[in-house]
Design a binder for this molecule. Structure first.
Ligand SMILES: [Zn+2]
Length: 324
């Protein structure tokens, strides 16, 4: 069995039993330390458009493929993520367009594929899986998931309806009829913590676990700056006026393909009125935020998992850039 296969399995063997302990790491910026931000993948943008080069990657002896079932990682017989040599994975029943190239890591090509139903067991929600993956695999699998969710919805040309054809390892789709090219997309979203003095505003959406409150977020609309998006979302969601914004960090968020761009937003003090999208929103004092995140919400997710928590820790003054 190839060494890398054993490595991945070992990482996974305690899945669900123990929280992932992050190994000691060099001092990065805060953004670099968030889940999904420590990618070691070389996307090989200059080479992947060459058919001969891509054929070599498919035949590479160290090539590997991570397999998905639905939007979750597929599982092997031991309950670990199904990571196979690419040559074996390519022979399984895969959804169109088959194996997709996601990059090189340590010189070895990585691929991803979506299995047809019934080929392998489906793992837990990908959020739960990603919380327990080491940083490089969380990045690689997150990128794979975003790309597969994209191609899974682009079987047919959005311009004329003709079946698309895949090129560049599956990272470029071309319509043979009208010639339109389709590329994986990333949707920019702002995420922000509104605050005034020593109070901040947190909200909760319907369906969240009882007691959970978090930052506000929304997609950036066409023709809008990031700052304008922060002001609009704050006005729409909690009816407060933004006085100024401070950019903090950003995080790829593969659910399915967002880029979360995080801000602290100073707002005018006033009455919070939660929009219909929110079940509740209100002011929290500093002590209330600490009680919530160190108390009822402690252990729900690792601190480094989402930029929402980073924004809160930054506002609390507990994020030095090396502790989150
Ligand atoms: Zn077309």
């Amino acid at each position: 069995m190839p060494q890398y296969f054993v490595r991945v399995m070992n990482i996974w063997k305690d899945f669900g039993k123990t929280p992932l302990a992050r190994p000691p790491r060099p001092r990065y910026t805060h953004a670099m330390r968030l889940t999904f931000t420590d990618s070691r993948l070389d996307h090989a943008g200059l080479q992947r458009g060459k058919p001969d080069w891509m054929a070599q990657q498919h035949a590479h002896p160290q090539g590997r493929a991570v397999l998905f079932a639905g939007g979750s990682l597929a599982l092997d017989e031991d309950g670990g993520p199904l990571v196979l040599p690419a040559g074996i994975a390519s022979g399984l029943a895969l959804k169109w367009p088959g194996l997709i190239f996601i990059g090189l890591q340590d010189g070895a090509p990585w691929f991803a594929g979506a299995l047809e139903p019934g080929v392998a067991a489906r793992g837990p929600d990908f959020r739960l899986s990603a919380m327990r993956l080491p940083p490089d695999l969380a990045c690689a699998f997150g990128r794979a998931r975003s790309i597969m969710m994209w191609s899974g919805r682009r079987r047919f040309c959005s311009n004329c309806g003709t079946p698309n054809e895949a090129f560049d390892g599956g990272l470029r789709l071309t319509c043979p009829s009208c010639g339109m090219e389709h590329y994986p997309r990333t949707d920019p979203s702002i995420i922000l913590l509104p605050y005034s003095g020593d109070r901040c505003v947190l909200g909760r959406q319907p369906g969240w676990p009882p007691g959970m409150y978090a930052t506000l977020a929304g997609f950036v609309e066409p023709g809008e700056t990031l700052e304008a998006a922060c002001a609009r979302e704050t006005a729409e969601e909690v009816h407060l006026k933004v006085l100024g914004t401070q950019y903090i960090a950003n995080q790829p968020w593969p659910f399915p393909s967002s880029l979360m761009i995080g801000f602290l937003a100073e707002v005018e003090p006033g009455e919070v009125q939660a929009d219909d999208d929110l079940e509740d929103a209100r002011w929290f004092t500093r002590d209330e935020v600490i009680d919530l995140y160190d108390g009822a919400m402690a252990g729900w997710a690792p601190k480094h998992f989402s930029i929402s928590r980073l924004l809160i820790e930054r506002w609390l003054g507990r994020d030095s850039g090396a502790t989150v």
